[in-house]
Design a protein around this ligand. Sequence first.
Ligand SMILES: Cc1ncc(COP(=O)(O)O)c(C=O)c1O
Length: 402
Amino acid sequence: MSENLARQFLLREDVVFLNHGSFGACPRPVFAAYQNWQLKLESQPVEFLGRDLTETMRVPRIALSAELGTTPENLVGLTNATLALNIVAQSLDLQPGDQILTTDHEYSALEKTWAYVARRTGAEIVVVNVPLPLTSESQFTNVVVGGMTERTKVLFLSHITSPTALLFPIEAAIAEARKRGIWSVIDGAHTPGHIPLSLDALGADFYAGNCHKWMMAPKGSAFLHARPEVQGLINPLVISHGWTSHSKEAGAKGAFGNSPFIDELEMQGTRDPSPWLSVPAALDYRRTNDWTGVQAHCQALAQDTAQRLAELTGLTPLSSAAFSAPQMVAMPIPPCDVDQLKLDLMEHYNIEIPVFAWQDRHICRLSVQGYNSKPQMDLLIKALTELLHLEARATPQFASQG
Ligand SMILES: Cc1ncc(COP(=O)(O)O)c(C=O)c1O
């Protein structure tokens, strides 16, 4: 299966590409659709950008909302999750002494975003440590809810974490935040196309996701979802033609006939909307190629490889399988020079994979996508065994849990 699928991607054949998680990879048919959009734009820019864009931008919103369990009115197409979360973080009205509650597993660019907001507003960042290994929902909920105080105004959580590749069970924390009047802001950069999403049912106030990672749309396609009740709180970071001085009460119309939420955020001056317009092609590609089946295969391969490495290192996995991202596993490795190991993996085995230090751990983060294969996993195990001088040790604690 994966050999045929591998040919459908543009990735270099000489590289064993085990880092889908960082920027994704786009299948050829989706990339062709993307280029078609660009050709269409270039052949009549005024018609494309000046007259038709409002209508054209609606199509991905409709297709994506069906996929994500919401309505098109709650979604805005943006270029990436960082932008979407910056818009939220810089819109919320925070005062000195307010608290922004988050965890120690967040993505570094967004940690900086909140640090910037805290500095400008006088709000305080409260970080709770999510204990490892993560093996139960209550373990997560207890630390997050335990961090909420009278002063908490924002709860910021990753749904799938970047350094630790954990699937955080965020549902109960979101519900508790809502009860206490705390805005929940979720970083779902890794979730669209990776896990099933039902955004309205999840009930977060704000949820940002990337389509260019696991959904395999071209780079620069992402969305911000906001509950209708909080859309009026959002201000654009870039003021352009979409802005109006109208109040944002329910039912207000934006400059292009959508809501102010959509019109103010989607229009940011001249930009290439082709990645966003290619999202329906990515969804079609997944349906045509039984991506649900492909994902199940990838998940089994990822978990099996992590288990094999854990048997060699004797190191406890970061979570039981239920709380690991399905197609991405952060595998603990023994202490080493992580930069050198990463270089050696590329230089001697042509393996592209992230290796880094996080807190007091050393981690190799494996991504498995449809173009990857069992022989590639075997090569990774061989390479790590040789470079880290590993030999079989005792079976680690959470190896066989579902
Ligand atoms: C958890 C998380 N949040 C946000 C981002 C940022 O995504 P982007 O660069 O597409 O904005 C990433 C990127 O890897 C991520 O892993």
